[in-house]
Design a protein around this ligand. Structure first.
Ligand code: HEC
Length: 117
């Protein structure tokens, strides 16, 4: 009983602090969120001049997203709720949904741009 109450209190406390950080976050653009979310550890976006920080030998360029999935799919993928080719994304996005949505919409929009030759 006490355990349940403590869990509830902790979850409530976390939600409140989470809401506070969400409120104090100024609207950032997708590229800023992408760079601040450490996505560049494993990804570059060549078409946007976003360079990887090459911490891993294998980097994946996100100039063009695979398939024709919509933003909702990619949001799920970045939360590890969705799989791509039967695999979950290696990490889950740490920020809030609002930021995830802005970033994903940005990735989807640049992916739809014709490749610069
Ligand atoms: C630890 C390394 C790592 C980090 C950090 C990482 N990713 Fe990935 N990501 C991968 C790998 C590896 C794949 C390819 C998975 C596959 O093909 O099965 C991938 C695939 C993707 C894809 C699908 C690309 C495609 O078209 O196939 C998207 C979108 C993506 N990542 C977005 C992000 C975003 C946004 C972030 C930052 C929140 C991020 N990733 C952080 C390793 C990482």
């Amino acid at each position: 009983m006490l355990g349940k109450f403590l869990t509830f209190a902790i979850v409530l406390g976390l939600s409140i602090s989470f809401m506070n950080t969400a409120n104090s976050t100024e609207a950032k653009d997708g590229k800023t969120i992408f760079e601040e979310s450490k996505c560049t550890t494993c990804h570059s976006i060549d078409s946007q001049g976003v360079e990887t920080r090459k911490k891993t030998p294998k980097t994946v360029d996100l100039s063009k997203l695979e398939g024709d999935h919509d933003a909702a799919f990619w949001m799920g993928y970045l939360k590890k709720d969705q799989t791509l080719n039967d695999k979950k994304h290696p990490i889950a996005f740490k920020g809030d949904d609002a930021e995830l949505e802005i970033m994903i919409n940005w990735l989807v929009s640049i992916s739809a741009e014709p490749a610069a030759e």
